[in-house]
Design a protein around this ligand. Sequence first.
Ligand SMILES: [Zn+2]
Length: 538
Amino acid sequence: MSFEIKEKDLLARVGKLRTKSGTVETPLLFPVINPVVQPISPRNIREEFGFEALITNAYILKSRFRKQLIENDLHRFLDFNGVIMTDSGAYQILVYGDVEVTPKEIVEYQELIGSDIATILDIPTGWKVTEKHAEQTVNETLKRAQEFFTLKTRDDILWVGPVQGGRYLDLVAKSAREMGKMPFQIHALGSPTEVMERYRFDVLVDMIMTAKMNLPIEKPLHLFGAGHPFMFTLAIALGCDLFDSAAYTLYAKDNRYMTETGTSRLNELEYFPCACPRCSRNTPKQVLEFPQKDAQTFLAEHNLYVCSAELKRIKQAIKDGRLWEHLEMRAHGHPTLLQAVKRLEKYQDFIEKHDNAVKNSGLFFFNSVGLIRPEVIRHRKKLTETYVPPRKAKILLLAPQTRTKPFHKSKNFAELSSKLQRTFKEKSNRIHTCFYAAPFGIIPIELDEVYPLSQHETVLPLDKETVEYVAYRVFDYINRTSYETVMLLNDSENWKKIILNACKKACLKKSIKFKYINTKMKQNKTVLAELGEILLEK
Ligand SMILES: [Zn+2]
């Protein structure tokens, strides 16, 4: 295998991709090199900015530099001794219509110039197209992919099998399924550029997830044309490993300054919110006075630094098991990104299945957006699919979450618990305590030290959706178990009457006894008296 996964978080991974020009770490950004005009030299891109790989266009090379390149291999021609990926010209087809090159020629040409990673001549679907046209692009790309294996002669190049289909998800699924059966080393998702330009990140989520769920998950996935750092976290969290960016120079030409949360116009900036070597030495006012070409180079260089820094932050977040927190933080950079994160609800089962069950750090739960994170889903599944309460338990004692974690070690609860033991002796094992807590819902006392049920921080007061989620979990738990009595220690300060009502409703439905005490767990005596009464009735 040319791809080895080292660390995982959500669907993201830090991996090693082996090519004939060396091994590179993913997630990896390939800056796009335009061999005709290039503000930063390929050598500098590696030596100064630390990018180990770049991408250039085989179609442009073939049509403009054919002669120079036949005498020189690609690495010498570009003066770059890292990893070079070539795109086939598919994007040019999208922009200019047909290109005067056959799929066979473009395969042979990439083998001739010695690309490390090469792409077959696919047909990009595009955005404003009919389903019929989209289907044709998928079928023609699949046909070319099959033919490709009869054309290739070198085994040391990693070949990319692109997935098409655009916003037609059934077609994306078909394309991914069929492409995934062929022995390509890398897959790519084609034509999301327009989706991204329109800020339809929710559609992008659908496209990436559909491709991901139908491709072999162990193979690296390239997202074509996703070159802005403010969306790297989203794409990486969904399992994209490779990216290319022409945006760093395209934005520069347009006086646009990238940040990890969005884009600013150079003339609107009073300060540079960046400490890269370029921004540290200049002010926006000074750069505006640069000759146009120098200002563009300045912006392109800064843009590359921002991309590089954000990728490092993401890799560290994956390693720390904090990618979800990073994703939520970035999602608040733009409403459309947050909308995209909310869209993950649709894919929660798949993400949960592939996410690490134990991570290096606890969870920060900010608001109801966090209810779809895999840890919350996993606990809910565990509780509804496999959990069975202790055999002797007849009374469910529902206690509120406390600031101290694990909850059973909080001072008030520990006191109550030891009094229960002393007062009721062996009868106390008929009482089963569960905590109601955000964001997990119901936490049986014997599980409250299991990761991450004690390893999280929440915000009080909770938002309405979170309170309702926990209340529904309480209702569902009572409904699916067979306690004879439910006793609620009602924390009305944090939960108003919402948990109380959920309990009442569930107990009524099950025709079981329900009691409650409004408490901050200070009235242990009352609790004991009530429980005594219930136990004596038995
Ligand atoms: Zn900068």
